[in-house]
Design a protein around this ligand. Sequence first.
Ligand code: BG6
Length: 285
Amino acid sequence: DKNGIEQVVLRNVRGASATVSLHGGQVLSWKTERGEELLFTSTKAVYTPPKPVRGGIPICFPQFGNRGTLEQHGFARNKIWVIDQNPPPLPTDSNGKACIDLLLKPSEDDMKIWPHSFEFRLRVCLAADGRLNMISRIRNVNGKPFSFSFAFHTYFSISDISEVRVEGLETLDYLDNLHQKERFTEQGDALTFESEVDRVYLDSSSMVAVLDHERKRTFVIRKEGLPDVVVWNPWEKKSKSIVDFGDEEYKQMLCVDGAAVGKPITLKPGEEWTGRLELSVVPST
Ligand code: BG6
C-alpha cells in the first residue's frame, strides 16, 4: 500500500513473489525465490495517481505511444482497477499458481474521450517455478466495432545496458520512433545497445530473449496474440528530460514489450481479444 492504493502480493511456495497495484493494473515487482528483483523501478518514481509508476509493467491501452489522439500510451495505466471477484474461466487454469484478476471498465469521462464500451480483464499469475504470466482479455461490449493498440511495457532490471543483448528480433522489420516511425529492416545479429533506442519490431516469433552477460541470466519472453515487440532505452540525453527517472538509470533498465502496435486490433460487438505474456528467467553463462 503506497499512498493509499491497494497492492496485491502474489507468492509461490518457494518464496518468489510479484506485486500488482490496482493503480494501472501495473506489476511493480517480480522477485526470484532468492529475493532478487527482476524488474526495474526508478528511484525517482512517483506513486501518486494518475501518472503511472516509472518501472515495472505499465499497460498501454487503448493507444500505444502518441499514435492517436489519446494521451501517451492511453489511459488504462492511469486508472484505478478493481479486483474481479468472479472472473470467467480460462482454458489454461490450473493449480499451483498464485493469481489475481483485475477489471477495468470505462468511466463516463473515459467514454467522452474514447467512446467505446469495453471490459478489460487482466490476470497476473506467479507459477510454482517463478514464471510470471499476464493475460489480458478485452471485450467489446459496445454496439459498434472499435480498434486499439496494446503493450505490456516491461522494464527489465539489467546489470548494464552495454552488457545485454536481445535475441529473436534478427531480420525483422521495425518502425523507428526516432525517425518519424519510418520502417527499417534489422540487419545485424542480436541487438546490442550504444545509443537511444525506441522501436516497434513487427511480427516477431513467439519467443524473445534478453541476455544479461554480467548477471549470467537470461529473461525469456513468450507471447501469444502480441505480434510485435517494443524495444526502448532512453539513453543519456533523453533520461535527463524524464522527471521521474534518474540521469544514470538508463544503464540499469531495458524495456522489451510484448505488443500489438503495427496493426491495431479490431473487435466487433461481443468479440473478445486475448493477449498473453509469460516471463521467465534462466541462468546463463
Ligand atoms: C516507449 C515509447 O515505449 O515508452 C517512448 O516508444 C516513450 O517514446 C517511452 O518515451 C516511455 O513512455 P512514458 O509515457 O511512460 O514516459
